[in-house]
Design a protein around this ligand. Structure first.
Ligand code: ADP
Length: 257
C-alpha cells in the first residue's frame, strides 16, 4: 500500500511516497510554496520518480503552513503531528524535536511511544528561523549551503547582538565594513540562531535524545552551536527537511491500513 505526504511549507514544498508505512520509494522538494505552482510540481516529480499514479495512493495527506490550500488531500494534518511521526520513524529514541523551517521554529516533546505531548513555537519574528539565515547569506553573497563550511573555518565567532533580523542585517553590514572575516560573521550568525532556539527548547524542556528537523537542520554551523548551547548531542538525518511529508505518509498509513 502506498501513501503520499505533502508538506506545503512557508519556503518549500515537499512530497514523499511511502510503501507499507516503512519504505520511502520517492521524495521531492521544490523551493516554492503555497499559492504557487510549486505544490503541483512537487506532486508531479514524486509521482514521476516512483512510476506511480495518484490513483495508486491509498491516502494523500497534506501538512504544513499551506495544507488548507490543497483540496485534493484525504486529510489535512498539523505539521506538529506530522513532524513528530516522521522523526519517530527515522529516530525512535528522539524525545525532543527541534524543527526550524523557513518562517518558524518549533520544539516538540515526544512521549515514550513517540507521540507529541507538548510544544512551543517562536513568536512571529524571522530571527531564529531559516529566513534570518537566508537574509544573512544573501548579504554575504553566499549560498545557504555554504554557511556550515564557512562557520567551521571560524576562529572567533562575531557577536551579533541584535535580536531583530532588520537590525542584525545592518550589524552584519557594519561588521563587514570593519573587516570582520566572513567565517567569523557566519559563525556569529549561526550562534545567534542557536541562542534563540536554545531558549525556546528550554521552555519546552529538554529530554534526550534531541533531534533536529526542517531545512535549517542541514546547517552544521547551527547544529554545532546549538549542541554547545544545550550541552547535548543533536541527532539529524539528511532527509530531515522531509520529516513533515514523511509523517504525513505515516499518518495516512495508520488511517488506511
Ligand atoms: P518550510 O517548511 O517552512 O518551507 P523548510 O523546512 O523547507 O521550511 O526550511 C527552509 C529553510 O531551510 C530555508 O529558509 C534555509 O534557511 C534552510 N536550508 C535549506 N536548504 C539548506 C541547505 N542546503 N543548507 C542549509 N540550510 C538550508
Amino acid at each position: 500500500m502506498y501513501t503520499l505526504g505533502m508538506d506545503i511549507g512557508s519556503t518549500t514544498s515537499k512530497a514523499v511516497i511511502l510503501r507499507d508505512g516503512r519504505e520511502i520509494v520517492a521524495s521531492s522538494m521544490v523551493i516554492a510554496t503555497v499559492g504557487t505552482l510549486g505544490v503541483f510540481q512537487v506532486m508531479d516529480h514524486v509521482l514521476e520518480e516512483s512510476g506511480l499514479k495518484k490513483e495508486d495512493m491509498a491516502c494523500i495527506v497534506a501538512t504544513g503552513y499551506g495544507r488548507q490550500t490543497y483540496g485534493e488531500a484525504d486529510y489535512q494534518v498539523s505539521e506538529l503531528t506530522c513532524h513528530g511521526l516522521g522523526v519517530r520513524h527515522v529516530c525512535p529514541q528522539a524525545r525532543t524535536v527541534i524543527d526550524i523551517g523557513g518562517q518558524d521554529a518549533k520544539v516538540l516533546s515526544l512521549g515514550e511511544e513517540g507521540r507529541m505531548v507538548n510544544f512551543v513555537m517562536n513568536d512571529k519574528c524571522a530571527a531564529g528561523t531559516g529566513r534570518f539565515l537566508d537574509v544573512m547569506a544573501n548579504i554575504l553573497k553566499l549560498d545557504i549551503s555554504q554557511l556550515e563550511v564557512e562557520a567551521a573555518r571560524s576562529e572567533k565567532p562575531a557577536n551579533i547582538s541584535s535580536t531583530c533580523t532588520v537590525f542584525a542585517e545592518s550589524e552584519v553590514i557594519s561588521q563587514l565594513a570593519a573587516g570582520t572575516a566572513i567565517p567569523d560573521l557566519v559563525a556569529g550568525i549561526c550562534q545567534s540562531v542557536a541562542v534563540r532556539t536554545a531558549a525556546l527548547a528550554k521552555r519546552a524542556g529538554i529530554k534526550e535524545k534531541v533531534f533536529m528537523s526542517g531545512g535549517v537542520a542541514k546547517n552544521g554551523g547551527v547544529r554545532s552551536a546549538l549542541e554547545k548551547e544545550l550541552g547535548t548531542e543533536i541527532g539529524w538525518h539528511p532527509l530531515g527537511q522531509l520529516m513533515g511529508a514523511l509523517g504525513g505518509c505515516i499518518y495516512g498509513w495508520e488511517k488506511s491500513r
